[in-house]
Design a protein around this ligand. Structure first.
Ligand SMILES: O=C(O)CCC(=O)C(=O)O
Ligand SMILES: [Fe+2]
Length: 577
């Protein structure tokens, strides 16, 4: 032993393996002071080294794709940075890799075995008890240590709080009692999951930082690419090992299988019991990353999401229909579902005719085109803005274009009232759509409009509905107003989330409106139009102001006095029927 004083150990100058062996040698020399000093120093040095690695790892954690050009350059630069960062607080000797023997010593907490005896000899009973306990946690079948602990407790009267597990930070994610109230169970499991994730992260950072850097000059034996590949592979297998390490309880040899999923399962149950369905859904989604096809998880997820949607999509439907001549033909019950309605008498025959007229002159990009939904139909669409433009250019009747707008307002009033909307509604989009059969296509099994949900992406296999782009997630209410019935097929239908089971059918006709909430309780579609042309005005309403159809804003043409005349005309027209 050189005169390595405790002052010179304050930085990370001496490697912890060296300190450890010094401690062990002192122990066998029965130089207890020294043994305690070096063993403790070795433990704290190892801790500090790991912390420094983590710090430097996080400092240079940058996202990059493996196939970036110059990846090797990047690796080199990063290695440089990391070396610099580590070099600030760690001496070159302390940066060298240690043998697997020493890691085994630390893994089995053998240092605490030595320390227990050492402190006992030094007559530091509290410290001895703590070291004994720390060792015993990782070596629960070590009978001698069990006896020692008993001795500290009974004979030497060491207080209970002295039996501290000095490595307890490494075991936090193993605490799994289910006592306490529901809220605290949720909190506890969440901590467990987070701790497991944190430790895995931690472990992986150690893998990255402990791995050897690529030498600047490739040697003759192996090319730089082979070396890089080697390095990547060993890094990957080290990172992979972390899952096993973190799920191996101290004192056990084998890892607990499915450790993280198990914790997630506990968490989701706790969340469900505590009534935190949103949290339960989140947790289940994480679980499904491990087991994407687990039928229990999937059915739970469906149950929770449906309950949640029931909450948000729930409307006290069945409000009044405050427009003369409009009647409720089918409600939730008649349509075998929730938040659905069929209203009749929304348009007069002459209004339908005028809109059909408008539909014949349209050309909104779809003109004469194949339907985006089926190769066997043509599809024409006209937006309100386009109608207005056509009216300005004198291509269609101004009053017909205006009619389109007024009808929209009427539909909004009806939907607002029937669905008892609690917030102000705005038009999100309005579209006049005609679907025409391409003649001579027989025996069709396609749909004019496949089953879908208007504000989310329906995934029939999992019965999930993803509220994300490209779905129009801001749509809250959907309304389809029909203009004619002189065609074949083209029935509107509501379906189950499996996109197969039809739950209700609606046969279009002039002035009939089908209204429903745009969310997952209302998947729907349209059967094939097998002859002639089917036209409908589709409208979507939103409560989100910033999603309102900007094209409808400030259209002065529609505020002229003639509007009132027109309205009176419509009313008398309707009553005349
Ligand atoms: O035309 C119909 O009956 C329904 C159309 C529809 O569901 C849609 O455009 O989203
Ligand atoms: Fe739809």
């Amino acid at each position: 032993g050189s005169g390595l004083s405790s002052e010179s150990l304050s930085g990370l100058s001496a490697p912890y393996d060296e300190l450890y062996y010094r401690g062990v040698r002192a122990y066998f020399r029965e130089d207890w002071e020294r043994a305690a000093e070096f063993l403790e120093k070795s433990i704290s040095t190892r801790d500090k080294l790991q912390q420094t690695r983590r710090k430097c790892h996080d400092e240079y954690k940058e996202d990059f794709t493996l196939w970036d050009l110059g990846i090797l350059d990047w690796i080199q630069v990063r290695a440089e940075c990391v070396r610099f960062c580590m070099g600030r607080s760690v001496s070159p000797a302390a940066l060298l890799p240690v043998s697997s023997d020493i890691e085994y010593e630390f893994g089995t907490r053998n240092a605490y075995n030595y320390l227990q005896v050492t402190y006992y000899k030094l007559d530091k009973m509290a410290k001895a008890a703590s070291a004994a306990h720390t060792f015993f946690v990782a070596n629960p079948s070590h009978l001698e240590m069990r006896n020692n602990i008993e001795k500290y407790r009974r004979l030497l009267g060491v207080k209970e709080e002295s039996f501290l597990d000095r490595e307890r930070e490494q075991e936090q994610h193993w605490v799994s009692s289910t006592e306490g109230n529901l809220q605290s169970a949720v909190k506890k499991w969440k901590e467990c999951v987070n701790e497991t994730l944190k430790q895995t992260e931690e472990c992986r950072a150690q893998c990255v930082m402990a791995s050897r850097v690529i030498p600047e000059e490739p040697d003759n034996v192996q090319g730089i690419y082979e070396r890089a590949a080697d390095l990547s592979l060993s890094l990957l297998s080290c990172k992979q090992m972390c899952v096993t390490l973190v799920s191996t309880r101290p004192g056990r040899v084998s890892a607990l299988e499915d450790f993280l999923p198990l914790q997630l399962e506990h968490l989701h149950i706790a969340q469900f019991k505590a009534g935190d369905l949103k949290g339960a859904v989140e947790t289940l989604r994480s679980l499904l990353l491990f087991y994407p096809t687990d039928s229990d998880f999937l059915s739970n997820l469906e149950l929770y999401t449906q309950t949640l949607e029931g909450d948000t999509e729930a409307q006290e439907t069945g409000g009044p229909v405050p427009v003369v001549g409009v009647t409720v033909t089918m409600d939730d019950q008649g349509l075998n579902g929730t938040n659905r309605v069929v209203l009749d008498g929304v348009l007069s025959q002459s209004e339908c005719d005028r809109l059909m007229q408008l539909a014949t002159v349209m050309g909104d990009g779809y003109r004469g085109r194949r339907s985006p939904h089926t190769p066997h139909e043509k599809f024409e669409g006209l937006t309100v803005l386009r109608a207005l433009k056509l009216a300005q250019d004198g291509l269609v009747n101004q009053s017909d274009a205006r009619l389109l707008h007024e009808i929209g307002e009427t539909v909004k009033v009806l939907m607002d009232s029937y669905f008892r909307s609690h917030s102000v509604l705005y038009f999100a989009y309005t579209h006049l759509v005609c679907r025409s059969a391409i003649p001579e296509v027989l025996g069709r099994s396609d749909l004019s409009h496949p089953v879908h949900v208007d504000n989310c992406i329906l995934e029939p296999e999992t019965r999930q509905c993803w509220r994300e782009a490209p779905a129009f997630t801001h749509r809250d209410l959907s309304a389809v107003l029909y203009l004619n019935d002189d065609f074949e097929g083209g029935e509107f239908f509501f379906a189950d989330r499996d996109a197969k089971t039809v739950t209700a059918r609606v046969k279009p006709k002039c002035g009939r409106l089908v209204g429903f909430t745009s969310g997952p309780v209302n998947p729907h579609g349209v059967t094939a139009v097998t002859a002639a042309r089917r036209c409908a005005l589709a409208l979507w309403l939103t409560t989100e102001k910033h999603h309102r159809d900007m094209r409808l804003k400030n259209c002065p043409q529609w505020k002229k006095p003639r509007q009132r005349e027109e309205q009176r005309e419509r009313k008398s027209d309707r009553q005349a029927r």
